[in-house]
Design a protein around this ligand. Structure first.
Ligand SMILES: O=P(O)(O)OC[C@H]1O[C@H](O[C@H]2O[C@H](CO)[C@@H](O)[C@H](O)[C@H]2O)[C@H](O)[C@@H](O)[C@@H]1O
Length: 294
């Protein structure tokens, strides 16, 4: 992981455009902390209309996929666009766009792709979920989030003195249910099947079986902010354009950075202009507020 001063993707926009050249772009974006500012609780992280408009517009000029740690059904409902593809449960479930963008003369993004990894783990995941609910149910602020292929244990609202108890229960579950691994994200422990598959494998799979099957060699652009996005950064370098969203410089495998979701929006605007110079930008009126402290 590099701590070298990273270039801002907004300031390095000309360099990124040079890398795009005449290639098609495949745009991958993470959800929490990238498209929406981090919120106190998972259900509060709603996608702003301005960001949705940008994704919709971009889906008309390049293939777009939202790659999230959330359940695929959850992130799809939050984004609410059927012209983009989705990967949920940190890449363990994938689906191509269900519709082509109207009037854009392009096929649906990553058309026909569909994948589920870790189905064999589902019965055990249900047991992990119920054990965690049982054991952390009395801890004020602890929240268990079930995804089809994993379980999130949130502690953003948990008092500092209760954090060791959270860790103790997590350790117990990991001992009791071998075959799982845990990723520490932003005030969350994500318990997922210990298989060789992550957001990096997911985007590589999408690139292999998506656009390439139409005879293209797109340039991947990946924007993300969290631990599991690092897998995608590593998988896509050196060809892909990798952009970490972070308020202060911290170690990351990404080549470029953006400060917050407001800058993500600025970058998406610039990308849209590059890919479709003759089409007017969507409305600029509503901007997300910068990410709160992470
Ligand atoms: O890969 P992502 O789309 O970034 O998902 C990562 C996790 O995001 C969500 O949790 C995080 O965001 C919440 C809302 O902003 C916040 O309250 C929480 O503390 C963060 O960890 C989501 O709930 C998780 O399932 C994802 O794994």
């Amino acid at each position: 992981m590099s701590m070298n001063p990273r270039k801002s993707a907004v300031q390095a926009i000309d360099e990124i455009f040079e890398r795009i050249g005449s290639r098609e772009v495949a745009l991958f974006v993470d959800y929490d902390g990238t498209l929406t500012p981090i919120a106190p609780k998972p259900h509060l992280a709603e996608l702003g209309d301005a960001m949705r408009q940008r994704l919709r517009a971009l889906a008309g000029v390049c293939d777009v996929a939202v790659v999230s740690g959330r359940a695929l059904a959850d992130v799809r409902a939050r984004v609410g666009l059927d012209t983009v593809a989705y990967a949920g449960s940190h890449g363990l479930e994938i689906t191509g766009a269900s519709r082509a963008p109207s009037g854009a003369h392009r096929p649906a993004a990553f058309e026909g792709l569909s994948l589920e990894k870790g189905r064999d783990f589902m019965p055990t995941i249900a047991r992990v979920e119920s054990e965690l609910r049982l054991r952390t149910g009395r801890i004020e602020g602890a929240l268990v989030e079930r995804k089809p292929f994993g379980v999130g244990l949130h502690f953003r609202q948990v008092a500092d003195q209760d954090l060791p108890t959270i860790s103790k229960h997590l350790d117990w579950v990991l001992r009791e249910f071998p075959g799982f691994r845990v990723t520490a994200g932003k005030k969350i422990y994500d318990i997922r099947p210990d298989i060789d598959w992550d957001k990096g494998s997911a985007v590589r799979w999408i690139l292999t079986y998506g656009p390439n099957s139409r005879g293209q060699d797109p340039l991947a652009i990946y924007i993300g902010d969290d631990t599991t996005d690092e897998d995608a950064f590593r998988a896509l370098r050196p060809d892909g354009v990798t952009i970490v969203v972070q308020a202060t410089p911290s170690p990351s495998a990404a080549e470029y950075c953006l400060r917050d979701t407001g800058q993500v929006q600025d970058f998406l605007d610039a990308l849209f202009v590059k890919l479709s110079p003759s089409v007017p930008l969507p409305d600029h009126s509503s901007r997300p507020s910068p990410s709160a402290s992470l």
